[in-house]
Design a protein around this ligand. Structure first.
Ligand code: AMP
Length: 219
């Protein structure tokens, strides 16, 4: 079973498929180290500070547990909704299955991501977000959005609709959070990728503000 050979906590079938499709057969040392701690901590979700070189597989080390946890929340929410719909009398109205036009302001609902990855540069954010999209592609569930400077506001807002995982540079993220276009209070997992570089680039005050906005975090 690939799932147990690759990772010490159970992976959803679709995630196992995504890993197999990527051709990954065994975890790298940083992945084993992070996932073993994650698996043995259960619901306690420890804060981790990891130092590992580029090319060592660190991106998957944090993306895999974060996306699996998001998937679990999504399943729980869907089950709660199902139970609620069953118990509601006359709840025969079915969703049309049509996707609402995200550019129509009337359809705008403030996005509430469950997880946030901050990166020092636009290039790194785009790279991490490509890795994340490769993982969720097979799951068809969690939605990923990359928020970096230079993208038109309307496009960015449409990509944020129903987002679960946001990958961003700090400045652009705070622009949207400050204007009320993004609600960070439901963020459970915060990852600071290349944290040392973000501090070198003077992002410390921004990181402190994000920390304050995400006080409900598990880690
Ligand atoms: P990173 O250190 O996150 O930049 O990853 C470096 C490269 O290793 C990326 O191209 C990943 O796709 C690849 N990679 C990550 N995890 C594994 C794995 N378990 N087995 C093989 N390749 C991997």
């Amino acid at each position: 079973d690939l799932s147990t050979a690759f990772c010490p906590f159970p992976l959803s079938g679709l995630m196992s498929q995504a890993i197999a499709d990527l051709g990954f057969e065994s975890p790298t040392p940083v992945q084993s180290a992070v996932w073993n701690i994650w698996a043995s901590a259960g619901e306690a979700h420890p804060n981790l500070m990891v130092s590992s070189q580029t090319g060592s597989g660190k991106t998957l080390a944090f993306l895999l547990p974060v996306i699996e946890s998001i998937e679990q929340i999504r399943k729980d929410v869907a089950n709660q909704r199902k139970t609620a719909a069953h118990s509601e009398q006359g709840a025969s109205k079915r969703p049309s299955g049509k996707r609402r036009n995200p550019f129509n302001p009337r359809h705008f609902v403030t996005p509430q991501p469950r997880a946030l990855v901050l990166c020092p540069t636009r290039e790194l954010a785009q790279q991490v977000s490509n890795d994340a999209i490769n993982l969720v592609r097979a799951c068809k569930g969690p939605r990923v959005a990359c928020l970096v400077g230079g993208m038109p506001y309307a496009v960015q807002m449409s990509r944020l609709q129903n987002v679960d995982l946001v990958i961003a540079t700090p400045g652009r993220l705070l622009d949207l959070a400050d204007s009320g276009s993004l609600d960070l209070t439901q963020v459970k997992w915060l990852v600071l990728d290349e944290a040392d570089r973000m501090l070198d680039l003077g992002f410390a005050p921004d990181l402190a503000r994000v920390d304050e906005m995400t006080q409900q975090r598990a880690c």
